[in-house]
Design a protein around this ligand. Structure first.
Ligand code: ADP
Length: 524
């Protein structure tokens, strides 16, 4: 019964021929009054999962969404299709809000989008009591996860919906997908009887590539010019300053780039976002403040110029590329300084020990992905609990990296760090350690008499690039750490001992020398 009505709405209202993936099962579950927890990758088609039941069931579908900036767009798109949709949020004139409320009470709305903080006000709850509700859709449901990167405290209040309206079906949706997050969402939203729908998270059209960072802006420019000239893309950087300088650099090089970060005024942000959505070939350089809920099908590349903090965040961000199913690129440049910087940020972050440990684990998983000699997609999807075979469409599959026995090299690094600390009480950053190993006489080595150290010059056999690779991988594997005192100086860890004593063999990923010398990223 429900399937015929649902299919009718899909075809008549939305103009699509058939359901995709789990859509039909999800829609039927909700139409029949059941709860659902939906995990679907970005671009998978989550919206229809609550829009269609809202149209089929009697009453109004209430959509809880944190994306105030996008509500107008969503409502406009639905209105164009003849769906009676509206929103309530803080940006609205009170007279407009009053009209929306009246339309809801008169049963004239199919869908009503509400921000969570608005929904939880007494006024709004009383309004909802007086009208007829088809369902509650909780979009971006991972915002309820306190460990997640998008935590919104207001989301915690949403478990109340079930107590107040026990007979109204609820559907929670997210593109974030680890088993942990799923359990947390179900718990916090009291979705005890919900059916779980977990889609495949594979996005086969996205080519994953992780390159060694050297001159990152040049590398980025080269990637854009050779592979995505004149196409739309998003470049993610860690800080506002980074975003500003990179956008300016790209503009100076003739690329139509714009910045987006929380430090810009709401007007500038809205204008930049709107240009990105409506025009072709615009590159948005942004912090992670940009992107949630953005539905632009033809984003051809997503580039990260700094290491993301977690695999979950990274996968969500890269998932914004190639929603139309056509080939797209996810490109990440990462280097030694990223590891140093992120480890330091974790040490300095507020929060208790267990919070920092969790951040550390997330970073480790991200580093594991960067340093892997196994298919990137196999790694990524394993993180989300899905098993696949090697994809043939990532840098590792296309140009398998070589592994080499780096045990002796690692011992040289670790003993240099050890000696400087034990014999001189000194700690240094990566650059100086490498100078010592390579026997490079500098002002600093002269000043501190480092030429007399027994490790001075023991590493002339490897290049700067190779040494940076060794240090980076030692840091990534936790065999070397960043000193708590700050300034990016290096120190030994518990794990260093086994390597120093020769009890542990260390296979490392070989750096590509040719890339660094020319400052290029290779053909990839
Ligand atoms: P998500 O919210 O999961 O990121 P959307 O709901 O925005 O994804 O859908 C992504 C795109 O796929 C949209 O352009 C949408 O119109 C399209 N889409 C969704 N379902 C179908 C379908 N059954 N057939 C064709 N296109 C669809």
């Amino acid at each position: 019964m429900s399937d015929a009505r649902a299919l009718g709405v899909l075809q008549r209202v939305f103009g699509y021929e058939s359901f995709r993936g789990d859509q039909q099962a999800i829609v039927e579950q909700v139409i029949d009054g059941g709860d659902a927890l939906v995990l679907m990758p970005t671009g998978g088609g989550k919206s229809l999962c609550y829009q269609i039941p809202s149209l089929v069931r009697e009453g109004t579908g209430i959509v809880v969404s944190p994306l105030i900036a996008l509500m107008q767009d969503q409502v406009d798109a639905l209105t164009e299709l003849g769906v009676r949709a509206a929103f309530l949020n803080s940006t609205q004139d009170w007279r407009v809000a009053r009209d929306v409320e009246q339309a809801f009470l008169a049963g004239e709305l199919d869908l009503l989008y509400v921000a969570p903080e608005r929904l939880l006000t007494d006024r709004c709850l009383q309004l909802l009591e007086r009208g007829r509700i088809a369902l509650f859709a909780i979009d971006e449901a991972h915002c309820v996860s306190q460990w997640g990167h998008d935590f919104r405290p207001e989301y915690l209040g949403l478990s109340m919906l079930h107590e107040r309206w026990p007979d109204v079906p609820r559907i929670a949706l997210t593109a974030t997908a680890t088993a942990d997050t799923r359990t947390e969402i179900a718990q916090r939203l009291s979705l005890d009887d919900a059916r779980h729908f977990v889609s495949s998270f594979d996005r086969p059209n996205i080519r994953y590539r992780i390159v060694e960072k050297n001159e990152v802006r040049k590398q980025l420019l080269e990637m854009i010019r050779t592979e995505h000239d004149g196409e739309s893309g998003v470049v993610y950087g860690l800080s506002r300053a980074r975003v500003e300088e990179t956008a300016e650099f790209l503009c100076n090089q003739g690329i139509d780039a714009m910045p987006y970060h929380a430090g810009l005024s709401p007007q500038v942000r809205a204008a930049n976002q709107s240009r990105f959505l409506r025009e072709d070939g615009v590159v948005m350089v942004a912090t992670i403040a940009f992107g949630m809920g953005i539905d632009k099908p033809d984003v051809r590349f997503v580039a990260h110029i700094d290491l993301p903090k977690s695999v979950e965040g990274y996968y969500q961000e890269t998932g914004r590329a190639g929603r139309d199913g056509l080939p797209a690129t996810a490109w990440l440049a990462y280097g030694l300084q990223d590891v140093v910087q992120q480890r330091r940020m974790i040490d300095e972050s507020p929060g208790d020990e267990s919070y920092r440990r969790r951040l550390g684990q997330q970073l480790d998983a991200m580093l594991g992905l960067c340093e892997t000699v196994e298919c990137r997609r196999v790694r990524l999807l394993a993180y989300f609990g899905q098993q696949i075979t090697a994809c043939g469409n990532c840098d590792v599959c296309l140009e398998p990296p070589q592994a080499w026995d780096g045990t002796v090299a690692a011992q040289k690094v670790l003993s240099a760090v050890y000696r400087l600390w034990k014999e001189r009480g000194q700690r240094y950053g990566a650059g100086h350690i490498i100078d010592i190993l390579r026997g490079k006489v500098t002002d600093r080595t002269k000043q501190h008499g480092h030429e007399t150290l027994s490790v001075f010059g023991v590493g002339e056999d490897l290049s700067d690039t190779a040494w940076r690779g060794v240090l980076r991988q030692l840091l990534a594997q936790g065999l070397l750490t960043v000193d708590n005192e700050g300034f990016g100086t290096l120190a030994l860890t518990e794990g260093s001992r086994a390597v120093l004593k020769g009890e542990r063999q260390l296979m490392l990923r070989r750096e590509s020398e040719k890339k660094t010398k020319s400052g290029k990223t290779g053909s990839g």
